[in-house]
Design a binder for this molecule. Structure first.
Ligand SMILES: NC(=O)c1ccc[n+]([C@@H]2O[C@H](COP(=O)([O-])OP(=O)(O)OC[C@H]3O[C@@H](n4cnc5c(N)ncnc54)[C@H](O)[C@@H]3O)[C@@H](O)[C@H]2O)c1
Length: 277
């Protein structure tokens, strides 16, 4: 409770006037116009961005802000949805608590292992959740374009993904890069575990046409850059997205929270939220 109050107090951004606050699409088809949200990981970079951005949207209310050691479960009766941007080993427990309380969940955290993913999917049998490696509209457009480009360009183009992030990022490759690789693997109909080449070192031999390269660059304060390289003999295509602010992820996750409350149980992603399917 103290932490919620202090977190919201630390953010001294003035609350916009009602006329300046923008509702997300999706609010109007529900009886409850205010979505009450709990932000988990509130002391972190994304948690702070979420608390800041929520103030600019009519129909959203951050009623709780929790972090390590706080009683998330105790807050659940008072919220409609939980947004989790924490650490991969925290998400299964959050999902189980939300499932038990019947609360919608938006997962921004990345880096889950297979056991953690299975536990999260099990919880999705009881509640609706949006689970996306990247909540930016631009990156979701990149996902769509990557699939189209891979389909159009075909197997004569070599595929490489290059991602760059700030020096404090803990997981690698990024969740967004992993989604891009899954899209490429799906189009090429290859088993990713066999096709992936994580960087290259030493006498690795000539590049085979079946491999997909992934390169993780770390440094400074880069919010997140992703490039998909399609390289053939005589030409290459590069699709690049560069995020310059965490607000793009925060606004997308808030939009997902407004969208997911009241949906049927299951796992949705930002392609669903943005109507790109
Ligand atoms: N999906 C997206 O669009 C997107 C965008 C940015 C970051 N991310 C991911 O979100 C996660 C957080 O990123 P960040 O940059 O805010 O990290 P961060 O390290 O700045 O913040 C993480 C916060 O989570 C808290 N935390 C850790 N374990 C917890 C637990 N068990 N319970 C409650 N709180 C806990 C930490 O104390 C910290 O305050 C990472 O996995 C990152 O890759 C996803």
């Amino acid at each position: 409770m103290d932490f919620v109050a202090s977190t919201l107090r630390v953010n001294r951004v003035p609350l916009p006037q009602a006329s300046e606050r923008v509702p997300f699409p999706g609010f109007r088809d529900r009886l409850t116009l205010v979505t009450r949200i709990l932000v988990n990981g509130a002391k972190g970079r994304m948690g702070q961005a979420l608390i800041h951005c929520a103030r600019q949207h009519a129909g959203l209310q951050i009623v709780a802000a929790t972090d390590v050691g706080d009683d998330l479960g105790g807050w659940l009766p008072q919220v409609d949805a939980v947004i989790d941007f924490t650490h991969h080993d925290a998400t299964p427990g959050v999902a189980a608590l939300c499932a038990a309380a019947g609360k919608a969940l938006v997962i921004g955290t990345t880096g889950h292992d297979e056991a953690e993913k299975a536990a999260i999917r099990a919880a999705a049998g009881r509640i609706p959740m949006v689970w996306a490696s990247n909540y930016s509209t631009g990156v979701n457009t990149l996902f769509w374009l990557t699939r189209k480009a891979a389909e159009i360009l075909g197997p004569s183009f070599d595929l490489e993904v290059i991602e760059t992030h700030h020096r404090l990022k803990k997981d690698s490759p990024s969740g967004t890069a992993t989604t891009l690789l899954e899209i490429l693997g799906d189009v090429r109909k290859v088993q990713l575990e066999e096709a992936l080449r994580h960087g290259r070192k030493g006498i690795v031999g000539e590049r085979t046409s079946s491999e997909i390269g992934i390169h993780a660059v770390r440094g400074g304060d880069v919010v997140g850059d992703h490039t998909v390289l399609f390289a053939a003999v005589g030409e290459r295509v590069e699709l690049t997205h560069k995020a310059s602010s965490r607000e793009t992820f925060a606004n997308g996750a808030l939009r997902a929270a407004a969208w997911v409350v009241g949906r049927a149980p299951g796992v949705y992603d930002m392609q669903d939220v943005l109507g790109l399917r």
